[in-house]
Design a protein around this ligand. Structure first.
Ligand code: UDP
Length: 367
């Protein structure tokens, strides 16, 4: 029986791993879920296991907080001996967080094939730690699964052999489709006293937005101007919370700051929102999947499909651009998305089919 280790460490990883674990197991492939502990608290980790019905991790590396270097070292120190001892057929990593890159390097160091799901995305913004994580994972992987066509161009430009690469669609949409009915039945809106399409959802956590005081103060003022016209619900990422506190940023009665919410609660909030303001990659995709206008508070995106065919618009952090897009959102003059056939909720099944028929020869050299 084939044995695949699934590595997850942070919030967006859990959402991606859930459908993959289910699809692999349904094909009789044995999975071992390894939690690195990069995100370790109840609100950023445990709730996703509950909401998505992910089994308890078989192994918890317990690496805890720290900078990228410290976390990378701890993950590799713990994972390399584990992989050498257990010798799975492959180690599957998802997305672009520290655990993704560290896991990919650990896999190759231990002589285990690496599979990267969400391969080939590039923002070409080197201030994003995620950009390096993506490249490290792609260049260590023996099997790469891409979510949108542009990824194939990036991987080809980086001379990654095309036979390793499969365009399969987006596992985030698999989880979204699975959880939508549950979210629709949730009482989240009632609990917050919200009604359909009368509020926006805001998330912010990218270092380039929240770590630079000038950028963050300016963005915060713009958010207040938006909130004067559309009340915002803002589940606050722990990093952002500490920046708001240390900068002493003023509150606004209609920017409702709440703790990070679970996945069901988040999808319940998103699906009924009038619009989304975010710097999150996952939210851009969910906005497309739910057909909700999305102002992407970044200078670029590694997920261009969400702009070209989806509901997202890149607005950066300048007040003029944000307010121009916001005016159009409020007037209802937003673009209509066109569906992309591979974002159909069945990506994990396609990935599992390919893994099932792939022969993983003993690894003699780097991939
Ligand atoms: N999310 C959530 N609760 C929150 C904030 C986000 O469930 O309070 C979900 C969101 O719907 C998306 C994922 O977490 O599926 C995105 O995670 P994040 O923004 O941390 O990472 P990114 O997508 O930018 O890598």
């Amino acid at each position: 029986m084939k044995d695949v280790f699934l590595l997850a460490g942070a919030r967006p990883n859990f959402i991606k791993i859930a459908p993959l674990d289910a699809a692999l197991r349904s094909r009789g492939i044995s999975t071992t879920l390894v939690h690195t502990g990069q995100h370790y608290d109840a609100k950023m980790s445990d709730v996703f296991f509950r909401d998505l019905g992910i089994p308890e991790p078989h192994v918890h590396l317990g690496i805890g907080p720290g900078d990228r270097h410290a976390q990378t070292k701890r993950i590799m120190d713990a994972l390399v001996p584990l992989l050498r001892e257990r010798k799975p057929d492959a180690l599957l990593v998802v997305g672009d967080v520290t655990s993704t890159a560290a896991g990919a390097m650990a896999g190759v160091a231990a002589g285990v094939h690496v599979i990267h799901v969400e391969a080939g995305l590039r923002s070409f913004n080197w201030r994003m730690p995620e950009e390096l994580n993506r490249m490290i994972a792609d260049h260590h992987a023996s099997l790469l699964f891409a979510s949108e066509p542009v990824a194939l161009e990036h991987l080809s430009a980086e001379r990654i052999p095309s036979e390793k690469v499969h365009l399969v669609g987006n596992v985030m949409i698999d989880s979204l489709r699975r959880i939508e009915p549950v979210a629709a039945a949730s009482d989240m809106l009632a609990r917050l006293g919200l009604s359909e399409k009368t509020y926006g959802v805001l998330t912010l956590h990218r270092p380039e937005n929240v770590d630079d005081p000038v950028v963050f103060r300016n963005l915060w003022e713009t958010i207040h101007i938006v909130a004067d016209r559309l009340p915002l619900v803002f589940p606050v990422h722990p990093r952002t919370k500490s920046r708001i506190e240390s900068l002493g940023l003023a509150s606004h009665a209609d920017v409702r700051m709440i703790d990070p919410v679970g996945y069901v609660e988040m999808i319940a909030l998103l699906r009924s929102a009038k619009g989304i303001l975010t710097d999150s990659g996952g939210l851009q995709e969910e906005a497309y999947g739910l057909n909700i206008p999305c102002l992407t508070l970044r200078g670029e995106t590694e997920r261009p499909l969400t702009v070209e065919q989806g509901t997202s618009e890149i607005v950066g952090t300048s007040r003029d651009r944000i307010m121009d897009a916001f005016d159009r959102l409020m007037s209802g003059a937003w673009k209509t998305p066109t569906p992309y056939e591979l974002w159909d909720g069945h990506t994990a099944e396609r990935i599992a089919d390919i893994i099932e028929r792939t022969v993983f020869p003993p690894m003699t050299d780097t991939p």
